[in-house]
Ligand binder design. Structure first.
Ligand SMILES: [Zn+2]
Length: 112
């Protein structure tokens, strides 16, 4: 199952927008409760893609988007859950060989 299909099952729609690049931060996606929407930021995904390429990480563009959506799905399933929990969920859901936390760190270095 794709992460976007999981989102639909959880009653959330997925929207693509720009606006994920904020001072010192790169927000790949956010979950909004009213209405239930996972907003995926295309501009932030492009930066994450560049950061991944920079460090030769195996995160292709399609996986990055799936990753961002799966991460937010975890927050729908477990509103009080930790970021570590969201990374672990996304990695397991997408059967990733590498933890998304590695990408987060690459992104932080890329933005520094
Ligand atoms: Zn999160």
């Amino acid at each position: 199952m794709r992460a976007s299909a999981l989102a639909r099952r959880l009653g959330a729609s997925v929207e693509r927008r720009t606006g994920g690049l904020r001072p010192g931060r790169c927000v790949l996606a956010e979950y909004h409760t009213r209405p239930r929407t996972i907003v995926v930021y295309e501009d932030a995904l492009a930066v994450a893609s560049a950061a991944a390429r920079d460090e030769r990480l195996q995160f292709g563009d399609e996986i990055l988007e799936e990753l961002a959506i799966a991460h937010e799905c975890f927050h729908i399933l477990d509103p009080g859950g930790s970021e570590e929990g969201a990374h672990a969920f996304a990695a397991a859901f997408l059967k990733l060989p590498t933890s998304p936390a590695v990408l987060e760190r690459a992104l932080a270095r890329y933005l520094a």
